[in-house]
Design a protein around this ligand. Structure first.
Ligand code: GLU
Length: 417
């Protein structure tokens, strides 16, 4: 079997979606290639006085619909193909929810938990300095992703501002409230997952109270989705983090688990007689109505897909399902709500943050959450209607919506020079 390459995954779905709406290759060929790829070698002095050099990237996929937008990931396994795919998915995500951005992604190949706070700060500042020429509130606006958080964004904002000579809040989103962050941003991706899940249930005439959900990933996105869906009455029967999973067919005590993971504990150390310890695979294949993969790419492989026992997959991670797995899920009549729609809540509230920064305004949390709801439910309806109209899967429908929006913008702007 060929080695999994997320960018090939992206290209395969792109071709399929373009064909399904009758586009010719020449009409969308430009979006097969990222506009710009920057690789940097980031040297820092470690606490023990030695010097280490880390590999870093920033890939800008498209600027057709506006400045580039997308997170920065710190993870030991990142590579250029993953960053390229993540950047392209950002362009598609922003187009699906119709906010005026193109897509980008950055990464440093590092396990952040192995660095001290001051090493992490030096790494972040030096990386920011090295990608400085292509950043800016009108050019490319980073945000948190796997392995980064508000503190890392604050350092990026400060480094950029120090170099410019004045404070530039709008250069990065997902910041702390005190330095231009937005209310509602930390919960936004999980809240978006909750919104599309409820929309999906409504379309199928199912009450949240009758639904069992399994969630892989207890980071910011997975834990927030678990908390909010539990509050809506859903039973969360299985959850997993990097250390393993928990299972209870009658529903887990989510408020207790939420508190536990927020205190930076691992699920393997969780004790509760009502929760059985299970493997990550058992969480993915647990009997449930909805499976929410909220970890990394390449989790639902062809092999796992044959074994899933859910009816619906809501993709909270970026790229969790491989192309081969997608085919199997379709054959098995398992509905998939794709990442570029489901997990867009984060970038939607990033957009709210950026708009507040550019106008030097602060919105209250209700305004942010209402905007998120409006944007997510409109995007859901756009994808849902496209799928019904052309008899497409939701993934292909979401890509089709995005390709049309990106390519129309490109066509109207024309080709420079
Ligand atoms: N990293 C998040 C994502 O993959 C958020 C990106 C952003 O807010 O710019 O969607």
């Amino acid at each position: 079997m060929a080695k999994y390459n997320p960018y090939d995954n992206f290209l395969a779905v792109l071709d399929q979606a373009a064909k399904s709406i009758g586009m010719r290759e020449e009409d969308y060929v430009l979006i097969k290639y990222p506009e710009r790829e920057l690789k940097v070698s980031v040297p820092i002095r470690m606490d023990d006085g030695s010097i280490r050099v880390f590999e870093g990237y920033r890939v800008q996929h498209s600027t057709s619909r506006g400045p580039c937008k997308g997170g920065i990931r710190y993870h030991q396994d990142v590579n250029i193909d993953e960053v390229k795919a993540l950047a392209a998915w950002m362009s598609f995500k922003c187009a699906v929810v119709n906010i005026p951005y193109g897509g980008a992604k950055g990464a440093i190949k590092v396990n952040p938990s192995t660095l001290s706070v001051s090493e992490l700060e030096r790494l972040t500042r030096r990386y920011t300095a090295m990608i400085f020429p292509i950043l800016g509130p009108e050019k490319d606006i980073p945000a948190p992703d796997v392995g980064t958080n508000a503190q890392v964004m604050d350092w990026i904002m400060d480094t950029y501002s120090m170099t410019r000579g004045y404070t530039v809040h709008g250069v990065v989103t997902g910041k702390s409230l005190e330095v231009g962050g937005s209310l509602g941003r930390p919960e936004a991706t999980g809240r978006g997952i909750m919104i599309v899940t409820l929309k999906m249930l409504e379309k199928n005439n199912i009450s949240p109270k009758d639904v069992k959900i399994s969630i892989q990933g207890m980071g910011n996105v997975g834990s927030t989705a678990a908390k909010l869906l539990y509050q809506k009455g859903c039973k969360i029967v299985a959850v997993a983090d990097v250390s393993g999973g928990l299972y209870n067919p009658d529903g887990l005590d989510i408020p207790k688990i939420y508190k536990f993971v927020k205190a930076k504990n691992l699920l393997k150390d969780y004790t509760d007689n009502d929760a059985r310890h299970v493997t990550n695979r058992e969480v993915l294949t647990a009997p449930c109505d909805i499976l929410i993969p909220a970890a990394l790419e390449n989790q639902i492989t062809a092999e796992i897909a044959s074994d899933l026992k859910c009816k619906i997959v809501i993709e909270a991670a970026n790229g969790p399902t491989t192309v081969d797995a997608d085919k199997i899920l379709a054959e098995r009549n398992i509905t998939v709500l794709p990442d570029v729609l489901s997990n867009a809540g984060g970038v939607v509230v990033s957009y709210c943050e950026w708009v507040q920064n550019l106008q030097s305004l602060t919105w209250d949390e209700n305004d942010v959450n209402n905007t998120l709801y409006k944007v997510m439910s409109r995007a859901f309806d756009d994808v849902y209607n496209k799928a019904k109209e052309h008899k497409l899967s939701y993934r292909i429908a979401a890509y089709a919506v995005a390709i049309e929006r990106i390519c129309t913008a490109k066509r109207k702007r024309g080709l420079f020079p």
